[in-house]
Design a protein around this ligand. Structure first.
Ligand code: GLN
Length: 493
């Protein structure tokens, strides 16, 4: 069976079972995805580089492993990688002109781990430049479009990864989440997306945006698949000094059908005025559904939530301004030669970076500068501690916190590009988890005017198992994840 309409719709868990039963080969599965990419990419533009030859070679190797009985749950499974993860066999650009032509001499740890487990890499996905944005419109190589409505954004910054999974151009994908960049696009594209605990997954080989916030995580079309992919990439790595040594549990072992005994916190700060009515209704419906599965709802308060966005927009640009100092035309990618070294730096950075990246570098440099450092950066770190404490106190009372993933559904392309503040507001519900370092998952929970709405579940530090188990029970009971876009720009797909 190599008919795409059958095998590209499967979950990775199901595809793995069928590969083992030889219902189709890894090569057929990969070819079906490559055909699908060819069909829908003109409308979606989820990928910056399709790795067709690499993918076919990996698929053939996977078929040999399957024949030899030497498999993992990801052997032969086609996966897309956000183009901010270093790969030796494809360009890595972070969707920036300044990295055009750059090829990493090493694989990111997550990439190496997936490679060793026999996964197939379909390509590198589009993102906002250096992961700065909420719509993928800040890519230097053109935006990605939302497969549910191609006049709308897929969210961001990992919009390409989210769209590839939603449009069946990949079975799974990896993204990075610094302030919501996995959960928000997963929500806009109607797929599952997860940010693990800070330190749970190695950041080695992830091009750094804000090092104290960045985390790599999975996109999938089911919670089970997200758990499988997380299990495959999590765990200590001596190449990342912030990586945690805690053992990685079997995430599937905790899955259950009912939620009896689970206390779900509902924070009054997350149920706010001004939400889109369709989003508000779907999220409230989802929270009631958790109760009908046996969960006990507990009202909680996270009083410092209102400061999270401001704190983030001091901390993240400050760290970005330091991290992006290395792109100067000497070691990486673009170099626009001028008579003096200073002029070469200036021209390379002036023409190589896009306007949002420049805005962040300026904001961050200002916040770190002498005289302002204490007023902005140090103050932001103090508020960050208060945000973290809010969550710690809440998790003494509840096992998980339920909230919307975003206040709106996917917005039209261009709707927020002229107003950075409106763009920043898209992450108002996702950013607090990054500030606190805790895990969060976004799961489909309905539709508003035909566009996906998403429920966010936040968990205690290192307790990915509980949010995965609750998300799985919810998904199993509702089946929202099984809805797929039926047309992409008029193509019946
Ligand atoms: N949208 C947020 C920003 O622009 C978060 C981005 C991210 O998580 N990478 O910074």
């Amino acid at each position: 069976m190599s008919d795409r309409s059958e095998c590209t719709t499967l979950t990775a868990a199901e595809a793995s079972r069928r590969l083992a039963r030889r219902e189709f080969s890894a090569r057929e599965l990969t070819d079906a995805h490559l055909a699908r990419i060819e069909e829908v990419e003109p409308a979606v533009h989820a990928y910056l580089h399709v790795m067709a030859d690499v993918a076919r070679t990996q698929a053939d190797t996977a078929d040999k492993r399957i024949a030899a009985g030497d498999t993992t749950p990801l052997t032969g499974i086609p996966i897309a990688l956000k183009d901010i993860l270093c790969t030796v066999d494809a360009p890595t650009t972070a969707a920036s002109r300044i990295l055009e032509g750059y090829r990493s001499p090493y694989d990111a740890t997550v990439v190496r781990r997936l490679r060793e487990q026999g996964a197939v890499f379909l390509g590198k996905t589009n993102t906002d430049e250096f992961a700065m944005g909420s719509s993928t419109e800040n890519s230097a190589f053109g935006p990605t479009r939302n497969p549910w409505d191609t006049s709308r954004v897929p969210g961001g910054s990992s919009g390409g990864s989210a769209a590839s999974v939603a449009a069946e151009e990949a079975m799974l994908a990896l993204g990075s989440d610094t302030g919501g960049s996995i959960r928000q696009p997963a929500g806009f594209c109607g797929v599952v997306g997860m940010k693990p605990t800070y330190g749970r997954v190695s950041r080695y080989g992830l091009i750094a945006f804000a090092s104290s916030l960045d985390q790599i995580g999975p996109f999938a079309r089911s919670v089970e698949d997200a758990a499988i992919l997380l299990g495959a990439i999590a765990g200590h790595d001596s190449f990342d000094s912030t990586s945690l040594t805690a053992a990685v549990p079997d995430y599937l072992a905790g899955f259950r059908e009912d939620l009896r005994g689970v206390r779900v916190g509902v924070a009054r700060e997350y149920i706010v005025e001004g939400m889109e009515p369709g989003v508000d209704g779907a999220v409230k419906g989802a929270i009631s559904h958790l109760e009908s599965l046996g969960a006990e709802l507990v009202e909680i308060s996270l009083p410092h939530t209102e400061y999270a966005l401001a704190t983030y927009y001091v901390t993240a640009p400050a760290e970005a301004s330091a991290n992006l100092a290395r792109f100067d035309g000497v070691k990486y990618g673009l170099r626009l030669e001028e008579p003096t070294l200073l002029a070469t730096y200036e021209r390379t950075r002036g023409e190589g970076f896009g306007s949002e990246v420049k805005r962040r570098i300026m904001l961050g440099t200002y916040a770190l500068s002498s005289g302002y450092y204490d007023a902005y950066y140090v103050k932001a770190q103090k508020v960050r501690t208060l945000i973290k404490k809010d969550f710690e106190e809440a998790f003494e009372k509840v096992h998980v916190i339920a909230a919307p993933t975003s206040p709106t559904v996917a917005f039209p392309l261009g709707a927020r590009t002229d107003d950075p503040y409106q763009m920043y507001l898209a992450d108002v519900f996702t950013i607090p988890a990054n500030m606190a370092g805790i895990p969060g998952i976004a799961v489909p929970c309905g539709f508003s005017d035909g566009l996906p709405v998403s429920l966010q579940l936040l968990g205690k530090s290192l307790d990915e198992s509980t949010i995965l188990a609750v998300a799985h029970a919810y998904e199993r009971a509702t089946g929202w994840n099984r809805h797929r876009p039926t047309t992409v720009a008029g193509l019946n797909v």
